[in-house]
Design a protein around this ligand. Structure first.
Ligand SMILES: Nc1ncnc2c1ncn2[C@@H]1O[C@H](COP(=O)(O)OP(=O)(O)OP(=O)(O)O)[C@@H](O)[C@H]1O
Ligand SMILES: [Mg+2]
Length: 382
């Protein structure tokens, strides 16, 4: 609503000629005059119309049926209409009694017949100004409330996302620190065992096949520790400026071979992208972990697609599979170390990917359905 919207003024008198007189005096492009014949008509009108726009009601006191005071009482009773100012128009005695009765009913002003046209105009205009002032205040407050509410909604959505992100990082940091602490302690005894096993093999004091199994298991344990260690937050990284496309190209044959072994296809869409400061070993690791997850999720015939492209200033690495997807209830746990749904999985692959992305200040966005899963790793541009 603007300053220029006409305001409503309700005129009530049982005599048509009185209404005409009021209309003549008050006629103005700033007002919309609503002329009514009785108290009942006013109540009916106020029942269905939008009250916000009524600036004042001019109410004849002496009317057949419901008189002006009774009508005013009912108007003041209703929450929605109680604040609308009323000017009583009366010719009857100006005794204090009557005036008081009017005030009790919630009247705000009086006009005595025969009224002076300029006085009437001035009074009505005073109420209109007041109404406009309140309406603008109200509109302003309402717009403030609307803005603030919107801000609060956005802020709380952001906070929830942020807290989830922090919780994930906290988990990562914790295991990272634990990893650094215990890995050393575990590796030492393993080195000793490996040494004795190699000695036993040399001296032929134990069957070779047992020894080989044990060595293999030791290697596997060692591999897990190496991977676990790479979760450390402060792990040293070696950033160099290069294109992700070159890293993907160096991995393509390996992933291609993996895919072919299980009857799947690999597609690569090299986009024209900006160079980035990255640790190429880490990006290789991320690519491989995600590619293996994708291939493991698919049936023979499925395709795994790697794409690179720009999104604004960000470089995006998109990895898309046609696998079975990730169940909604697992999404929260994704990236938590040792979370796996696979019989022989370790549950470290994605945790490593998330920590690599964090070290590269990249966001990982994920979409999954029973048609497949898309990981989009977004590297903020320089
Ligand atoms: N592309 C994908 N499609 C479907 N499920 C996936 C995909 N990527 C990850 N997952 C789910 O997330 C879990 C965790 O993945 P993650 O790579 O961390 O561990 P893993 O593959 O089980 O074991 P590993 O440590 O050997 O990689 C998987 O067990 C699987 O349930
Ligand atoms: Mg995996």
């Amino acid at each position: 609503m603007t300053m220029n919207t006409p305001v409503d003024i309700v005129l009530v008198d049982d005599h048509a000629e009185n209404l005409l007189a009021l209309e003549a005096v008050l006629s103005s492009p700033d007002y919309r005059l609503i002329s009514l014949k009785s108290g009942e008509d006013v109540l009916r009108y106020l029942m269905r119309e939008d009250m916000q726009n009524v600036a004042v009601i001019l109410l004849d006191v002496q009317m057949p049926g419901m008189n002006g005071f009774e009508t005013a009482k009912l108007i003041k009773k209703r929450e929605r209409t109680k604040d609308i100012p009323i000017i009583f128009i009366t010719a009857i005695n100006k005794s204090v009694d009557h005036v008081l009765q009017g005030y009790e009913a919630g009247s705000i002003d009086y006009l005595f017949k025969p009224f002076h046209p300029d006085l009437l105009k001035l009074k009505v205009e005073a109420f209109v100004q007041m109404h406009r002032f309140h309406r603008d205040q109200y509109d302003y407050l309402e717009s403030l409330v609307r803005e603030r509410t919107q801000e609060l909604i956005i802020a709380s959505e952001e906070r929830v996302a942020w807290e989830k992100e922090m919780a994930k990082l906290d988990r990562l940091n914790l295991v990272g620190e634990m990893a650094a602490g215990i890995a050393h302690e575990i590796r030492n005894p393993m080195t000793t065992i490996r040494g004795f096993l190699q000695m036993a093999k040399k001296n032929k004091t134990m069957a070779d096949e047992y020894i080989d199994i044990m060595l293999e298991e030791l290697n596997r344990a060692n591999g897990i520790i190496t991977e676990f260690l790479s979760l450390a937050k402060n792990k040293a990284t070696n950033f160099q400026t290069m294109s992700l496309n070159d890293i993907i190209a160096s991995m393509e044959p390996l992933i291609q071979a993996e895919a072919m072994l299980s009857g799947m296809h690999l597609h690569v869409n090299y986009g024209s992208i900006a160079e980035l400061a990255v640790d190429d070993k880490e990006i290789r690791q991320l690519l491989l972990n995600m590619a293996i997850n994708g291939l493991e999720a698919m049936q023979p015939g499925g395709a795994f697609t790697i794409s690179t492209y720009m999104e604004g200033a960000a470089v995006v690495l998109k990895l898309e599979d046609q696998g079975s997807g990730i169940k909604a209830e697992y999404l929260e746990k994704l990236g938590t170390p040792f979370f796996t749904t696979k019989e022989k999985g370790t549950g470290l692959g994605l945790a490593v990917c998330y920590s690599i992305a964090a070290r590269h200040q990249a966001d990982i966005e994920l979409q999954s359905s029973d048609q497949g899963t898309v990981f989009a790793i977004k590297f903020k541009g320089a």
